[in-house]
Design a protein around this ligand. Structure first.
Ligand SMILES: Nc1ncnc2c1ncn2[C@@H]1O[C@H](COP(=O)(O)OP(=O)(O)OP(=O)(O)O)[C@@H](O)[C@H]1O
Ligand SMILES: O=P(O)(O)OC[C@H]1O[C@](O)(CO)[C@@H](O)[C@@H]1O
Ligand SMILES: [Mg+2]
Length: 540
């Protein structure tokens, strides 16, 4: 086997050509650490399991669909699970657990199973809860966690430890880890949290500490790369069905009924896509990955009109991150605001869409559109995890503690092709997973909803931007309306301000040329999707 390591990855190639993207190990910087026999050997529950311990050569293929001729030489990750040798004596372990980022069903289950797993499988007795996310390391007291304390917590939504965004101060966090004598750090959170975990791991390594950092990926948006799926996702999709059902019942009970449901999904539309596919009542699913537009051929309004004519009602599911560029453009360029972690704060696509559709249909049908807007975004993530997510959370927690006890660190644990693995953190944070619209899953959705593909989006946006630029120019007094010979025939004409070399006419100390035909026609066309009309500046 040949090996190569860099700051972020340890790559080696097996004799069969398989490439292992390995995770760091305590012995990378503490080569002389002693090992101990895994106490699971004598655990009555586990001793009967054949081949219970994972071999150091057990790896999991990143891709299982491969080319016959190249099969076997792809990327692999280290298989998760208990090892026969461990690097911590149970009485030496001081573990801590922290939850960061947004809520997600199953957080409490993961906390519970880390505590119970460490306690019952490895005999660990010192486990601490860090409160309020990363900042809790240096600003809050810890609490003791025991199986008794966490016994019921999986039945509750949220996280008993609390969470936060922002507040990641690496050296203060590692100082706190060092001062408290903590040597196993379990960090549960999304992509931002995992990046934070990697920095903590690197700092521990730099300081030469015997500290393992284990990341457990949490994201309701399912936007973490490499792993099959994140915990809580199925629960959220299931809960979203209730909102979609309500929207459908409301919509089909009334003339021109539209049910609009907004679901979570900042950059990735997985919840919306899966909720739509599961429901079959949805006519249109809008996700961040597929930009849409409202007006004209192939636009949303045309489609809505057609569906209402055919069915009398329709249901729209929109992911919160959909249409952000369009909204910003039609509402004028707004400042991009961020939360404490630097995540972009979103414009409310649900309200915006409701208003636009209602306004349009009043004009179009001369009767109101009966639109019911349901926003269950926080309801789908604040609930406890369902049965299958609970099992999944248990496996994640157990894989994490086995890895930590075996001295692996700087890893994110998760299933790859249904097998749990230790994945280098940097590998899962390098990119954010998004719905692949060239994939069969999106095609399945399109064939179930028969919605438009909004292929003219770029053209539409070009026109919209041009209109907005002209509108801005009008508003900033860079044009004038004057009477002259290049006018509309009534002696009136519209002009824009120009550079020195452009043919021009003089009006006082400013220089102007007439707007060309295209520009002039844009000024009299309402901005697509913008309820406010542009004023016609032509002199009466
Ligand atoms: N690049 C980074 N380096 C260090 N810490 C980070 C980084 N990005 C985010 N963090 C920290 O990680 C924590 C959680 O980040 P964030 O709020 O983005 O949520 P998340 O983990 O991505 O979860 P989600 O977005 O799914 O709710 C915050 O305390 C934040 O300060
Ligand atoms: O309002 P908060 O707590 O910042 O969370 C909102 C964000 O969190 C997420 O659920 C990710 O966890 C996104 O879908 C959403 O945009
Ligand atoms: Mg995130």
């Amino acid at each position: 086997m040949c090996a190569a390591t860099s700051k972020t990855s340890k790559i080696s190639t097996g004799s069969g050509g398989a490439v292992l993207e390995d995770v760091p190990h305590l012995t990378d910087w503490l080569p002389d650490l002693p090992t101990y026999a895994n106490p699971l050997k004598h655990n009555p529950a586990y001793s009967a399991v054949r081949q219970y311990f994972v071999e150091s050569t057990d790896v999991v293929a990143k891709d299982v669909v491969v080319n016959l001729n190249t099969a076997g030489d792809g990327i692999h990750f280290r298989r998760a699970g208990p090892r026969d040798k461990i690097y911590f004596r149970p009485e030496e372990v001081k573990a801590c657990i922290v939850t960061c980022g947004g809520l997600c069903p199953g957080l409490n289950t993961v906390i519970r199973e880390i505590v119970c797993g460490l306690w019952t499988q490895y005999g660990v007795r010192e486990i601490y809860g860090i409160h309020g996310g990363y900042r809790g390391f240096y600003s809050r007291n810890t609490t003791d966690l025991t199986p008794k304390i966490v016994n019921d917590i999986h039945k509750r939504g949220g996280t008993v430890l609390g969470t936060s965004r922002g507040g990641h101060d690496t050296s203060k966090i590692v100082d706190s880890i060092q001062d408290r004598g903590i040597n196993q750090v379990y960090i549960i959170g999304g992509d931002g949290t995992q990046k934070g975990a990697n920095v903590i791991h690197e700092e521990c390594k730099k300081r030469g500490l015997k500290v393992v950092v284990a990341g457990i990926p949490k994201t309701i948006d399912n936007d973490i790369e490499i792993i099959d799926k994140s915990f809580g996702f199925d629960t959220a999709v299931e809960e979203a069905q209730r909102a979609i059902n309500a929207a459908h019942v409301e919509a089909e009970s009334i003339q021109n009924g539209v049910g609009l449901v907004k679901l979570m999904g900042r950059y990735s539309g997985y919840i919306a896509m899966h909720a739509t596919l599961a429901s079959r009542d949805v006519d249109l699913c809008l996700i961040p990955e597929v930009p849409f537009y409202l007006d004209g051929p192939g636009g949303l309004k045309e489609f809505a009109k057609q569906r209402l004519r055919e069915n009398g009602h329709m249901v729209i599911v929109v992911a919160e991150g959909a249409g952000q560029e369009l909204i910003a453009e039609t509402m004028g360029s707004l400042d991009k605001l961020s939360d404490a972690s630097g995540n972009r704060l979103l414009l409310d696509v649900g309200l915006w869409l409701s208003q636009n559709l209602k306004d349009h249909f009043v004009k179009e049908f001369k009767e109101p559109l009966n639109l019911k807007y349901i926003d269950p975004t926080y309801m789908i993530r604040a609930i406890p995890s369902n049965a299958s997510d609970n099992v999944y959370c248990t496996l994640l927690a157990h894989s994490a503690i086995h890895g930590a006890m075996a001295g692996y660190c700087g890893f994110t644990v998760g299933p790859v092709n249904n097998r749990h693995c230790y994945i280098p953190i940097s590998r899962v944070t390098a990119t954010q997973r998004q719905v692949n619209i060239a994939d069969r899953m999106w095609a399945r959705l399109l064939s179930s909803t028969n919605q438009p593909n909004f292929l003219r989006y770029n053209k539409y946006m070009q026109q919209l931007r041009k209109q907005n630029a002209l509108k801005q120019a009008l508003e900033s007094e860079q044009h004038v309306t004057v009477a002259n010979s290049n006018s509309d025939g009534n002696g009136n004409g519209r002009f824009k301000r120009v550079d020195e070399e452009t043919p021009r006419m003089e009006t006082g100390d400013r220089q102007y040329v007439p707007l060309d035909k295209g520009e002039a026609s844009l000024l009299t066309t309402p901005v697509p999707g913008d309820p406010t009309q542009i004023h016609n500046h032509t002199a009466p």
